[in-house]
Design a protein around this ligand. Structure first.
Ligand code: FUB
Ligand code: ZN
Length: 682
């Protein structure tokens, strides 16, 4: 089905322009579509379960206030006041620190929308006033230059828009646009949105065909521009996003003020990268600027830049209907899933460039696996699913969500991991100078990304295409799903990820026709990922059951979904689906040298690890053999309840027992040894 924007955004867009009293700047001849599959918005889905609900609450009650507080203490917020003239002083911190504040506002707005909070609302109002005051008359917003131009990050970077490959002016405002759209949707207020629009209009005046051909050094603005386009209906934002995408690897001589060859930028103390690089580096593979996107076929360079880029490209492909990017998107995705993804779903093997390494180079202890990269990869896979309906993208997304992403925030919600390695000797300071979790970082992109991702999670569970409803994640929730103008009220109850039984019921009294498609997770079909990078040692598949209104049914699985017949659903109906869960052993493709002679353990979607805290003999030197048999059990006393695995040789002797906890739970106790991949003679 082709949709001329979706109906909800069309209404929103008309209201928006009626209020503004101006004519939408969209060429009626030039209709744009959007993704053929529509995600049920997080505002229409309420999570209520034992696993995720508390994570979302902790994000709201602890992480959002904690990250705002850190932003105050580190000058991130006063930078806006200084740029606006209400405070004295010079710029503090890293030149892209504005973006952290925008990201927390985005997360806080999502949270506000789910649960009103007058104090948070008031805090945001005051903060937005400060941000608006920092905007220059023509729309420019980048406190590092506005506060004190002659002392801006580096003398070579004083002039606006110069050395874009380093200075993040366009990256920062990409996050501003995302925050502004979230805040507008949450509150209906336009103050931050107007700041964003004014800025985007300026960016559009400066960049474009026959103007400055510069591209953002760190992609992100593309995603933000698409969101701005959706909410305003103004196609110039879409065209600008496409321009930025298409200029990578092209027209380098037409970029105005990009002279980092002479800059040889060094970041010293605030250095997130730790190197001294020249122009060829900044405009090469590192920032996916080595050749035009359509000619790219490998995931290279800085992982967050790369995957934000691919997400932006996917948005443009979906909205404009162009197929020109498809081959590159396909090849790059396969390159990641076949050769460059860790078992936990993390990406980025190379700390030096915070990015992709060579094929199959997946070192466990030094894995960079940045939290932001894990989030970016979920954003991209979600988009790829919405464009194709292909279940494989959710298999990747689920693996990241429960493992390489969830590890990044502590149970208490106040300490974080920036890299998420798969092994630790309890000494190496893998977490940007700390062995263990940290409350904050000089470069705090990761905590502030967690803050905005978690409250958006309800929006990933369900999606629709005409009468079809996709259930892609198993999270206890109630959803209002619009089907042909009627609201189907779907309820999901489950104890996933500890149990594969899922119960669906309906709250709508009036029967509503829908085709339910329930995802069959790849782990239950005996596939770790849609590639040959990792394999289960046995080729067992899970037993599966389906009951409708108490009656057992034949399973009709096609395209990775249990396809239920098209029928009417109402409050009298009930569906039960069950995927058998059991402990599985995983081996790597032999090409992954780091995992030679090792195995890992999984249960359902969860990757396990051994921590020294539970295994007094240590975990790096232990060696498993075929005599060990695994057993899953639920420990209700650890971290509010958690599924563990016990490996025993002899039921009666405890001395040889090895205990495993979910990888996402590691580093919540003493920082000692940890390993996902365990030595094995198997
Ligand atoms: O450059 C902005 C962010 O800081 C990147 O996305 C992260 O990798 C970190 O370098
Ligand atoms: Zn980060």
């Amino acid at each position: 089905m082709l949709r001329i924007i979706n109906s909800k955004s069309t209404i929103l867009f008309c209201i928006f322009f009626l209020i503004l009293g101006c004519k939408p700047d969209i060429n009626e001849e030039e209709k744009y579509n959007d993704y053929p599959i529509y995600p049920v918005q997080f505002t229409d889905v309420k999570i209520s379960d034992n696993f995720w609900e508390k994570r979302l609450d902790v994000n709201k009650e602890i992480t959002i206030p904690a990250t705002f507080k850190k932003s105050e203490e580190t000058g991130r917020i006063s930078n806006f006041a200084k740029a606006g003239g209400s405070e004295e002083g010079s710029f503090e911190g890293i030149f892209f620190n504005d973006s952290d504040v925008f990201k927390i506002i985005e997360g806080a707005s999502y949270s506000l929308q789910v649960k009103p909070d007058p104090n948070l609302k008031k805090y945001l109002d005051e903060l937005i006033d400060k941000i608006a005051s920092a905007q220059e008359k023509d729309g420019y917003l980048y406190t590092n230059r506005t506060i004190n131009p002659e002392k801006a990050a580096d003398s070579a970077g004083v002039v606006r828009w110069t050395n874009l490959e380093i200075f993040h002016e366009l990256y920062n405002v990409g996050h501003l646009y995302e925050a502004a759209v979230a805040h507008y949707k949450a509150t209906g207020e336009k103050k931050l949105l107007n700041v964003a629009i004014k800025n985007a209009n300026l960016v559009n005046e400066v960049f474009g065909p026959d103007k400055n051909y510069g591209v953002p050094g760190h992609q992100e603005i593309e995603i933000g521009l698409v969101k701005l386009y959706r909410v305003t209906g103004d196609s110039k934002y879409l065209n600008l996003a496409k321009f930025f995408i298409d200029q990578r690897g092209r027209n380098k001589n037409k970029r105005i003020g990009q002279d980092s060859a002479t800059l040889k930028f060094k970041f010293d103390k605030i250095n997130p990268w730790g190197g001294l690089y020249d122009n060829d580096f900044w405009t090469g593979e590192y920032s996916q600027d080595h050749k035009p996107f359509v000619e790219q076929d490998k995931a290279v360079g800085h992982a967050v830049r790369a995957v934000y880029f691919y997400s932006g490209v996917t948005d443009i492909a979906a909205i404009t209907g162009t197929k020109e990017y498809d081959l590159a998107l396909k090849n790059i995705w396969e390159d990641i899933v076949e050769r460059k993804i860790f078992l936990t779903g993390g990406i980025g093997a190379e700390p030096g460039i915070e990015g992709f390494g060579p094929d199959y180079d997946l070192p466990n202890a030094t894995a960079y696996t940045e939290t932001c990269a894990a989030i970016a990869l979920m954003l991209w896979n979600h988009r790829l699913f919405l464009r194709s309906g292909d279940v494989k993208y959710f298999d990747v997304l689920e693996r990241i969500l429960y493992n390489g992403f969830l590890s990044s925030v502590s149970f208490k919600g106040d300490t974080y991991l920036y890299p998420n390695p798969l092994e630790s000797d309890g000494k190496f300071k893998f977490n940007r100078g700390v062995c263990g979790r940290s409350e904050w970082f000089d470069c705090s992109c990761c905590p502030t990304n967690i803050v905005r991702f978690l409250p958006s999670l309800p929006g990933y569970i369900y999606s629709t295409q005409d009468e079809r409803i996709f259930v892609n994640l198993f999270i206890g929730s109630s959803a209002k799903i619009s089907i042909n103008g009627q609201n189907l009220l779907l309820k999901q109850k489950t104890n996933y990820p500890w149990d594969g039984k899922i119960n669906f019921s309906f709250d709508n009294k009036e029967p509503i026709s829908a085709k339910l498609n329930i995802r069959v997770p790849s782990w239950s079909l005996g596939s770790v990922l849609p590639s040959s990078l990792y394999n289960y040692v046995d080729d067992k598949t899970s037993k599966m059951k389906l009951k409708i209104n108490g009656e057992p049914r034949e399973l009709n699985i096609s395209n990775g979904y249990i396809q239920l017949e098209d029928r009417q659903w109402s409050h009298n109906d009930n569906i039960v689906v069950e995927f058998e869960m059991f402990v599985r052993k995983v081996k790597s493709n032999d090409k992954v040298i780091a995992n030679k002679g090792k195995i890992a353990f999984e249960y359902g979607p969860i990757v396990y690890c051994a921590e020294e805290v539970d295994n007094s003999k240590g975990v790096l030197d232990l060696s498993l053999d075929e005599e060990y048999s695994p057993q899953f059990f639920f420990d209700k006393n650890l971290f509010d309840g958690i599924g563990k695995i016990k490996l025993t040789k002899d039921e009666k002797s405890k001395s040889d027992e090895v205990k495993l906890i979910p990888y996402f739970a590691w580093a919540n106790r003493e920082a000692r040894e940890m390993a996902v991949w365990l030595n094995s003679k198997l």
